[in-house]
Design a protein. Structure first.
Length: 374
């Protein structure tokens, strides 16, 4: 992908119309029944900057706040009267994390956050062993203490993170004594630390963006811009495919008879997780009703295509996203097979459009993703 080449083409188009690069919008009709959309010119650097400021930084903050609230709640216990509020706090944290990681780019990719806090499937045997180790090594008061970061690191991802907490809070055979609750609290504290670290990294990137925007002599690293843009497009595509294949189609194929193996099934939160992921993917893709000025709001990819003069392609991307949105609305594992197939087909169509025509138009090479399953 060459963002500068696209910007040059856009400048040529605007100049041929006698328009100003800074102010003149291009009018284009979006796919029916959408309204006429006025798309000002956005460059790749502006697109990424607006994503960081208006999507990923707020999502990381919400995730960190939810994880901290979960940690505080588990500090009051995880059994008896404390169990229901702990479960509710876990669901809120799961939803916030799913939105924050719907496109695993930037710090999430660099830190490999998904592997460290959302390793699936979890390993109950390893969790039980970890809880037993707390029973064998109580604190000075004789009560088990939550594990610190170093101890959790030695334990490994399969006994940590959101899936391990889900098992401890919902599985009927999970331990519920003080040691189990101490381990659960340590896991939540680990989630909060990771969320705070990711938020700090997004903040640092946003501060860099602000400095560069305020400095008219700032020089953009073109190689870094191309790589960052290509990373986003690949991870955006990967997010759609993760939802389609890993979270819906693969478990459906594997468990058509007994309906087991759905993500977040232990807590009966599968539908909530699907919706959280799709909500963020839709927001990053579908043309908005209110078009932001450069620097003042999130720019979805269909709107970005419009700003480059790719009106027909933007219409198709909007239409495919709307079709996927209709199929995802209210979807749950208990839906009829035809309904589940409808959703996976709509997501597959969206995926195909992104990895084919959209990627080609943006000159982005699509690489293999862990989400690929066909």
């Amino acid at each position: 992908m060459n963002p500068n080449l696209l910007e040059v083409r856009r400048r040529q188009l605007l100049l041929s119309l006698g328009a100003s690069l800074l102010g003149a919008p291009v009018m284009a009709a979006s796919a029916a029944p959408g309204p006429v959309v006025a798309a000002p010119f956005y460059g790749a650097a502006t697109l990424l900057r607006m994503q960081r400021r208006h999507a990923w930084l707020p999502a990381a903050r919400q995730w960190r706040e939810a994880a901290e609230a979960l940690s505080r709640q588990l500090g009051q216990g995880c059994s008896g009267a404390a169990r229901a509020p702990a479960r509710q706090a876990w669901v809120r944290t799961m939803q916030a994390w799913t939105q924050a990681s719907a496109v695993a780019t930037g710090p999430l990719l660099q830190r490999r956050s998904s592997r460290s806090i959302d390793f699936q499937p979890t390993r109950p045997r390893l969790i039980v062993q970890a809880v037993e180790s707390l029973r064998m090594q109580p604190g000075p008061s004789g009560a088990p203490l939550p594990p610190d970061a170093a101890r959790l690191e030695r334990t490994g991802s399969p006994a940590r993170g959101l899936p391990a907490l889900e098992w401890l809070l919902w599985a009927p055979d999970a331990p519920t004594d003080a040691a189990a609750c101490a381990w659960a609290q340590g896991l939540a504290e680990d989630l909060a630390r990771e969320a705070a670290a990711v938020e700090a990294d997004w903040l640092a990137l946003d501060e860099r963006d602000r400095r560069e925007s305020a400095d008219p002599e700032a020089v953009v690293d073109e190689d870094d811009l191309r790589a960052t843009f290509a990373e986003f497009v690949n991870q955006w595509l990967g997010g759609v495919e993760l939802l389609r294949w890993a979270e819906i189609e693969r478990p459906w194929r594997a468990g058509r008879e007994d309906k087991t193996g759905w993500p977040r099934q232990t807590s009966a939160s599968t539908a909530l997780a699907w919706q959280a992921r799709w909500d963020r993917l839709r927001a990053l893709t579908l043309s908005p009703a209110q078009v932001p000025a450069p620097g003042e709001g999130l720019v979805p990819m269909a709107l970005y295509l419009r700003s480059l003069g790719l009106m027909a392609l933007a219409d198709r991307l909007d239409a495919s996203t709307r079709q996927a949105d209709a199929s995802m609305r209210g979807l749950s594992p208990s839906a009829a097979p035809a309904r589940l197939q409808q959703a996976t087909r709509a997501l597959a169509q969206l995926k195909g459009l992104i990895e084919g025509d959209v990627a080609a138009a943006l000159q982005v090479n699509i690489g293999f993703s862990d989400a690929d399953g066909d």
